[in-house]
Design a protein around this ligand. Structure first.
Ligand SMILES: Cc1cc2nc3c(=O)[nH]c(=O)nc-3n(C[C@H](O)[C@H](O)[C@H](O)COP(=O)(O)OP(=O)(O)OC[C@H]3O[C@@H](n4cnc5c(N)ncnc54)[C@H](O)[C@@H]3O)c2cc1C
Length: 215
Protein backbone atom coordinates (compact mmCIF):
# COMPACT_ATOMS: atom_id res chain seq x y z
CA UNK A 1 0.00 0.00 0.00
CA UNK A 2 1.28 3.44 -0.91
CA UNK A 3 1.34 5.70 2.14
CA UNK A 4 2.80 8.75 0.39
CA UNK A 5 0.66 11.88 0.73
CA UNK A 6 -0.84 13.55 -2.31
CA UNK A 7 0.02 17.21 -3.00
CA UNK A 8 -3.57 18.19 -2.06
CA UNK A 9 -3.31 16.37 1.27
CA UNK A 10 0.06 17.97 2.06
CA UNK A 11 -1.50 21.37 1.32
CA UNK A 12 -4.48 20.57 3.59
CA UNK A 13 -2.14 19.35 6.36
CA UNK A 14 -0.06 22.55 6.18
CA UNK A 15 -3.17 24.72 6.05
CA UNK A 16 -4.54 22.95 9.16
CA UNK A 17 -1.21 23.35 11.00
CA UNK A 18 -1.09 27.07 10.15
CA UNK A 19 -4.71 27.55 11.18
CA UNK A 20 -4.20 25.89 14.57
CA UNK A 21 -0.91 27.67 15.25
CA UNK A 22 -2.01 31.15 14.21
CA UNK A 23 -5.72 31.29 15.06
CA UNK A 24 -6.44 28.64 17.70
CA UNK A 25 -3.38 28.44 19.92
CA UNK A 26 -3.97 31.96 21.37
CA UNK A 27 -7.32 30.72 22.76
CA UNK A 28 -5.55 28.27 25.09
CA UNK A 29 -5.32 31.01 27.72
CA UNK A 30 -8.94 32.16 27.19
CA UNK A 31 -10.73 32.34 30.54
CA UNK A 32 -13.79 30.63 29.04
CA UNK A 33 -11.85 27.35 29.24
CA UNK A 34 -13.13 25.19 32.11
CA UNK A 35 -12.14 21.90 33.74
CA UNK A 36 -14.71 20.35 31.39
CA UNK A 37 -13.35 21.91 28.21
CA UNK A 38 -14.27 25.16 26.49
CA UNK A 39 -17.53 26.82 27.52
CA UNK A 40 -20.15 26.56 24.77
CA UNK A 41 -19.72 30.21 23.75
CA UNK A 42 -15.99 29.62 23.20
CA UNK A 43 -16.66 26.32 21.40
CA UNK A 44 -18.99 28.10 18.98
CA UNK A 45 -16.43 30.84 18.38
CA UNK A 46 -13.78 28.24 17.55
CA UNK A 47 -16.18 26.34 15.27
CA UNK A 48 -16.91 29.61 13.41
CA UNK A 49 -13.17 30.04 12.82
CA UNK A 50 -12.91 26.45 11.59
CA UNK A 51 -15.82 27.01 9.22
CA UNK A 52 -14.31 30.26 7.89
CA UNK A 53 -11.03 28.45 7.25
CA UNK A 54 -12.89 25.77 5.26
CA UNK A 55 -11.74 23.06 7.68
CA UNK A 56 -14.93 22.18 9.55
CA UNK A 57 -15.85 18.50 10.05
CA UNK A 58 -13.15 17.04 7.78
CA UNK A 59 -14.36 13.50 8.52
CA UNK A 60 -17.97 14.01 7.32
CA UNK A 61 -19.24 13.78 3.74
CA UNK A 62 -19.66 17.05 1.79
CA UNK A 63 -23.45 16.51 1.61
CA UNK A 64 -23.46 16.99 5.41
CA UNK A 65 -21.14 19.99 5.34
CA UNK A 66 -17.78 18.25 5.80
CA UNK A 67 -14.69 17.65 3.68
CA UNK A 68 -15.37 13.95 3.02
CA UNK A 69 -11.82 12.77 3.77
CA UNK A 70 -10.93 9.07 3.66
CA UNK A 71 -9.36 7.34 6.69
CA UNK A 72 -5.78 8.07 5.65
CA UNK A 73 -6.44 11.77 5.05
CA UNK A 74 -8.40 12.03 8.31
CA UNK A 75 -5.41 10.71 10.23
CA UNK A 76 -3.16 13.40 8.71
CA UNK A 77 -5.59 16.26 9.37
CA UNK A 78 -6.54 15.05 12.87
CA UNK A 79 -2.86 14.90 13.81
CA UNK A 80 -2.35 18.46 12.56
CA UNK A 81 -5.46 19.60 14.47
CA UNK A 82 -4.12 18.00 17.66
CA UNK A 83 -1.23 20.46 17.89
CA UNK A 84 -3.55 22.28 20.33
CA UNK A 85 -6.24 20.60 22.49
CA UNK A 86 -8.58 23.22 21.00
CA UNK A 87 -7.73 22.31 17.39
CA UNK A 88 -10.16 19.35 17.23
CA UNK A 89 -12.83 21.59 18.80
CA UNK A 90 -12.38 24.19 16.05
CA UNK A 91 -12.49 21.48 13.38
CA UNK A 92 -15.50 19.85 15.09
CA UNK A 93 -13.71 16.50 15.18
CA UNK A 94 -13.33 15.99 18.95
CA UNK A 95 -14.52 12.93 20.88
CA UNK A 96 -17.20 11.72 21.16
CA UNK A 97 -18.89 13.81 18.42
CA UNK A 98 -16.49 12.69 15.69
CA UNK A 99 -17.36 9.03 16.25
CA UNK A 100 -21.06 9.78 16.61
CA UNK A 101 -21.04 11.64 13.27
CA UNK A 102 -19.32 8.66 11.68
CA UNK A 103 -21.90 6.31 13.18
CA UNK A 104 -24.88 8.40 12.04
CA UNK A 105 -23.47 8.84 8.55
CA UNK A 106 -23.05 5.06 8.24
CA UNK A 107 -26.23 3.70 9.81
CA UNK A 108 -28.83 6.42 10.50
CA UNK A 109 -31.86 6.83 8.25
CA UNK A 110 -32.40 10.05 6.27
CA UNK A 111 -34.75 11.56 8.85
CA UNK A 112 -32.27 10.93 11.69
CA UNK A 113 -29.45 12.35 9.58
CA UNK A 114 -31.37 15.55 8.86
CA UNK A 115 -32.41 15.93 12.49
CA UNK A 116 -29.12 15.04 14.21
CA UNK A 117 -26.19 14.62 11.81
CA UNK A 118 -26.66 17.90 9.94
CA UNK A 119 -26.60 20.16 13.03
CA UNK A 120 -23.87 18.04 14.64
CA UNK A 121 -21.65 18.31 11.55
CA UNK A 122 -22.31 22.07 11.49
CA UNK A 123 -21.14 22.35 15.11
CA UNK A 124 -24.54 23.68 16.19
CA UNK A 125 -25.12 20.90 18.74
CA UNK A 126 -23.04 18.38 20.71
CA UNK A 127 -23.67 14.74 21.50
CA UNK A 128 -22.48 12.04 23.88
CA UNK A 129 -21.90 8.29 23.89
CA UNK A 130 -23.22 6.25 26.81
CA UNK A 131 -21.66 2.86 27.30
CA UNK A 132 -19.81 2.70 30.63
CA UNK A 133 -21.74 1.71 33.76
CA UNK A 134 -20.92 1.51 37.46
CA UNK A 135 -19.77 -1.99 38.60
CA UNK A 136 -20.82 -4.66 37.89
CA UNK A 137 -21.82 -3.12 34.56
CA UNK A 138 -19.96 -2.64 31.29
CA UNK A 139 -16.66 -0.82 30.91
CA UNK A 140 -14.06 -2.26 28.58
CA UNK A 141 -16.31 -5.29 28.03
CA UNK A 142 -19.73 -4.49 26.48
CA UNK A 143 -20.95 -8.06 27.10
CA UNK A 144 -21.33 -6.94 30.76
CA UNK A 145 -24.02 -4.37 29.90
CA UNK A 146 -26.66 -4.09 32.64
CA UNK A 147 -28.76 -1.42 30.93
CA UNK A 148 -31.80 -2.95 29.26
CA UNK A 149 -34.06 -1.84 26.45
CA UNK A 150 -37.55 -3.20 25.93
CA UNK A 151 -39.86 -2.38 23.10
CA UNK A 152 -42.73 -0.04 23.97
CA UNK A 153 -45.62 -2.19 22.75
CA UNK A 154 -45.42 -2.88 19.04
CA UNK A 155 -43.68 0.36 18.14
CA UNK A 156 -40.12 1.21 17.11
CA UNK A 157 -39.72 3.08 20.42
CA UNK A 158 -37.91 1.51 23.37
CA UNK A 159 -37.95 2.01 27.12
CA UNK A 160 -34.37 2.01 28.43
CA UNK A 161 -33.51 1.30 32.08
CA UNK A 162 -30.04 1.72 33.53
CA UNK A 163 -27.29 3.90 34.96
CA UNK A 164 -24.27 5.20 33.04
CA UNK A 165 -21.22 7.06 34.24
CA UNK A 166 -18.02 8.71 32.95
CA UNK A 167 -20.04 10.03 29.98
CA UNK A 168 -18.00 12.79 28.35
CA UNK A 169 -19.97 15.91 27.52
CA UNK A 170 -23.33 14.59 28.73
CA UNK A 171 -24.26 17.95 30.26
CA UNK A 172 -25.22 20.18 27.33
CA UNK A 173 -25.41 17.38 24.75
CA UNK A 174 -28.45 17.43 22.45
CA UNK A 175 -28.60 13.66 22.03
CA UNK A 176 -27.00 10.45 23.24
CA UNK A 177 -26.09 7.16 21.67
CA UNK A 178 -27.01 4.73 24.46
CA UNK A 179 -25.72 1.17 24.56
CA UNK A 180 -28.22 -1.26 26.07
CA UNK A 181 -29.10 -4.92 25.71
CA UNK A 182 -32.44 -6.01 24.37
CA UNK A 183 -34.23 -9.32 23.86
CA UNK A 184 -34.93 -10.58 20.37
CA UNK A 185 -38.41 -10.18 18.94
CA UNK A 186 -40.11 -10.33 15.57
CA UNK A 187 -38.68 -6.90 14.66
CA UNK A 188 -35.03 -7.45 15.53
CA UNK A 189 -32.26 -9.57 17.09
CA UNK A 190 -31.06 -9.62 20.71
CA UNK A 191 -27.79 -8.24 22.08
CA UNK A 192 -25.91 -5.02 22.71
CA UNK A 193 -27.64 -2.33 20.66
CA UNK A 194 -27.04 1.39 20.17
CA UNK A 195 -30.08 3.62 20.67
CA UNK A 196 -30.37 7.25 19.65
CA UNK A 197 -32.12 9.32 22.33
CA UNK A 198 -32.61 13.08 22.64
CA UNK A 199 -31.16 14.21 25.97
CA UNK A 200 -34.52 15.78 26.86
CA UNK A 201 -36.25 12.39 26.53
CA UNK A 202 -38.34 11.64 29.62
CA UNK A 203 -36.28 9.75 32.20
CA UNK A 204 -32.79 10.96 31.26
CA UNK A 205 -31.39 12.51 34.39
CA UNK A 206 -27.82 13.68 35.06
CA UNK A 207 -27.03 12.85 38.67
CA UNK A 208 -23.65 14.56 38.99
CA UNK A 209 -20.81 15.93 36.90
CA UNK A 210 -17.49 14.40 37.99
CA UNK A 211 -14.35 16.46 37.88
CA UNK A 212 -11.69 14.41 36.10
CA UNK A 213 -8.78 16.02 34.29
CA UNK A 214 -8.12 19.72 34.76
CA UNK A 215 -5.92 21.72 32.49
C1 LIG B 1 -11.82 10.85 30.88
C2 LIG B 1 -12.74 9.70 30.57
C3 LIG B 1 -13.78 9.90 29.67
C4 LIG B 1 -14.66 8.85 29.39
N1 LIG B 1 -15.71 9.08 28.52
C5 LIG B 1 -16.61 8.09 28.30
C6 LIG B 1 -17.75 8.31 27.46
O1 LIG B 1 -17.93 9.38 26.88
N2 LIG B 1 -18.63 7.30 27.31
C7 LIG B 1 -18.48 6.08 27.92
O2 LIG B 1 -19.32 5.21 27.73
N3 LIG B 1 -17.41 5.85 28.72
C8 LIG B 1 -16.48 6.81 28.92
N4 LIG B 1 -15.40 6.59 29.74
C9 LIG B 1 -15.26 5.29 30.37
C10 LIG B 1 -14.27 4.39 29.65
O3 LIG B 1 -14.78 4.01 28.39
C11 LIG B 1 -14.05 3.18 30.57
O4 LIG B 1 -13.33 3.65 31.69
C12 LIG B 1 -13.29 2.09 29.87
O5 LIG B 1 -14.12 1.49 28.88
C13 LIG B 1 -12.83 1.03 30.85
O6 LIG B 1 -13.90 0.58 31.62
P1 LIG B 1 -13.76 0.49 33.22
O7 LIG B 1 -13.22 1.78 33.73
O8 LIG B 1 -15.08 0.02 33.75
O9 LIG B 1 -12.66 -0.59 33.44
P2 LIG B 1 -12.82 -2.17 33.30
O10 LIG B 1 -13.68 -2.52 32.14
O11 LIG B 1 -13.21 -2.72 34.64
O12 LIG B 1 -11.34 -2.56 32.96
C14 LIG B 1 -10.33 -2.62 33.97
C15 LIG B 1 -9.18 -3.42 33.41
O13 LIG B 1 -9.60 -4.76 33.10
C16 LIG B 1 -9.36 -5.06 31.73
N5 LIG B 1 -10.50 -5.85 31.20
C17 LIG B 1 -11.82 -5.58 31.32
N6 LIG B 1 -12.57 -6.54 30.74
C18 LIG B 1 -11.70 -7.43 30.22
C19 LIG B 1 -11.86 -8.65 29.50
N7 LIG B 1 -13.08 -9.14 29.20
N8 LIG B 1 -10.74 -9.30 29.13
C20 LIG B 1 -9.51 -8.83 29.45
N9 LIG B 1 -9.30 -7.69 30.14
C21 LIG B 1 -10.37 -7.00 30.52
C22 LIG B 1 -9.27 -3.72 31.02
O14 LIG B 1 -8.44 -3.77 29.86
C23 LIG B 1 -8.61 -2.84 32.10
O15 LIG B 1 -7.22 -2.98 32.11
C24 LIG B 1 -14.49 7.59 30.02
C25 LIG B 1 -13.43 7.40 30.90
C26 LIG B 1 -12.57 8.44 31.19
C27 LIG B 1 -11.45 8.19 32.17
Amino acid sequence: MDFSLSDELVELKERTERFVREQILPYESDNRQTAHGPADELRRELVALGRRAGLLSPHVGPEWGGLGLDHRAKEVVFEAAGYSPLGPVALNCFAPDEANMHLLEKVADERQKEEWLRPLAAGEIRSCFMMTEPAPGAGADPSMLQTTARRAGNSTDFVIDGTKWLITGAAGAAFAIIMAKNDSDALGPAGATMFLAPMDAPGIHIERVLDTLDR
